[in-house]
Design a protein around this ligand. Structure first.
Ligand code: UDP
Ligand code: MG
Length: 311
């Protein structure tokens, strides 16, 4: 019997969990040909999420859990999920029912057809601000232009991964993770199923504007060195322009003498060049910061308690 793991990262999801559990139980009941594992990764929740999970496990041995030592963020919680999932394939899904379990059947059918990575593409995105929508879509456009991997817009973490993909992802142990990029980076046979993303059943999204912005920077910096090249190119253009400008001044002062004038131009030039330098330093800093973080080779997460056993 093939085993299917559901990997569910949870951070303060006490209200969603009972509803989610009901939904995944009925999905499992529709597909009795598979053995199921519901793997909850408790990402340092401060509410009673862990107690609820333990309660579910007491009555249902399909439920297993990994309790992380603190809140490490969804990206790392998912890696813990990949590490501990025991299935022949695993479906990553949110705890808030924004990823409808009802299409898991469709995913399984594609998996049986021989696909390794069946991702769910949202036709509608659920309730979110237009600003977030605009930022998200333009981010994908930019990242696709400047990186070598093909990122898919409107595709999230909701997907079915074959054991092959899980093992591949487990080998990528960088701590500044951008998992959406990693799915594409590992390759394997991909296909999609479409769905309508609904709204959260309860609570609100944990991703504020700045958290999303930092995820976007992670995405760009970990998959592309284009910003560094942009820094180089603007540096060259600035240097060239200032060289020409200085020749112009040299000739001008040779012909007309050198009265002290042009203060505004001076200030503008200094500020402009100074600004450019700071921007370029900032870009380099983003990369150096990541080298610093990765070079410490810290484990990506720590587990406080686990009832599952590593795959
Ligand atoms: N999540 C997590 N750790 C965090 C933030 C979120 O494990 O630090 C989980 C959360 O419980 C949910 C999933 O990641 O199951 C997606 O989070 P959310 O619904 O807030 O994000 P959105 O759907 O708005 O992208
Ligand atoms: Mg959500």
């Amino acid at each position: 019997m093939k085993k299917v793991s559901l990997i569910i990262p949870c951070y303060n999801e006490e209200q969603s969990l009972p509803l989610l559990y009901e939904a995944i139980c009925s999905t499992a009941a529709e597909h009795v040909a598979y053995e199921w594992e519901f793997l909850f990764v408790n990402d340092g929740s401060m509410d009673s999420t862990l107690e609820i999970i333990k309660g579910m496990r007491a009555n249902d041995k399909r439920v297993s859990f990994v309790d992380l030592s603190r809140n490490f963020g969804k990206e790392r919680a998912m890696l813990a999920g990949f590490d501990y999932a025991k299935g022949d394939c695993a479906v990553v899904m949110d705890a808030d029912l924004q990823d409808p379990p009802s299409i898991i059947g469709e995913m399984l059918a594609k998996w049986e057809d021989g696909y390794d990575d069946v991702y769910a593409k949202r036709i509608t995105r659920g309730k979110e601000s237009w600003l977030r929508k605009v930022f998200s879509l333009s981010f994908y456009k930019i990242l696709n232009k400047i990186s070598k991997i093909d990122l898919l817009p409107n595709v999230g973490d909701f997907r079915l991964l074959d054991r092959r993909c899980l093992d591949a992802l487990r080998e990528l142990r960088e701590s500044e993770r951008y998992t959406k990029g990693l799915y594409c980076w590992i390759g394997y046979k991909k296909t999609c199923v479409e769905f309508n993303r609904s709204d959260r059943v309860s609570g609100k999204s944990k991703w504020g504007f700045f958290k999303l912005l930092s995820l976007a920077v992670d995405g760009i910096v970990s998959f592309s060195t284009a910003p560094l090249k942009i820094a180089t190119v603007t540096g060259i253009i600035c240097a060239l322009a200032s060289f020409l400008y200085s020749i112009y001044f040299l000739i001008k002062s040779l012909i007309y003498g050198d009265p002290v004038a042009g203060f505004p131009t001076l200030i503008i030039t200094i500020l402009f060049i100074g600004g450019m330098q700071l921007i370029c330093l900032g870009i380099i800093g983003e990369y150096v910061g990541r080298i610093f973080n990765e070079s410490k080779r810290r484990p990506v997460y720590f587990v406080r308690e686990c009832e599952s056993g590593k795959a």
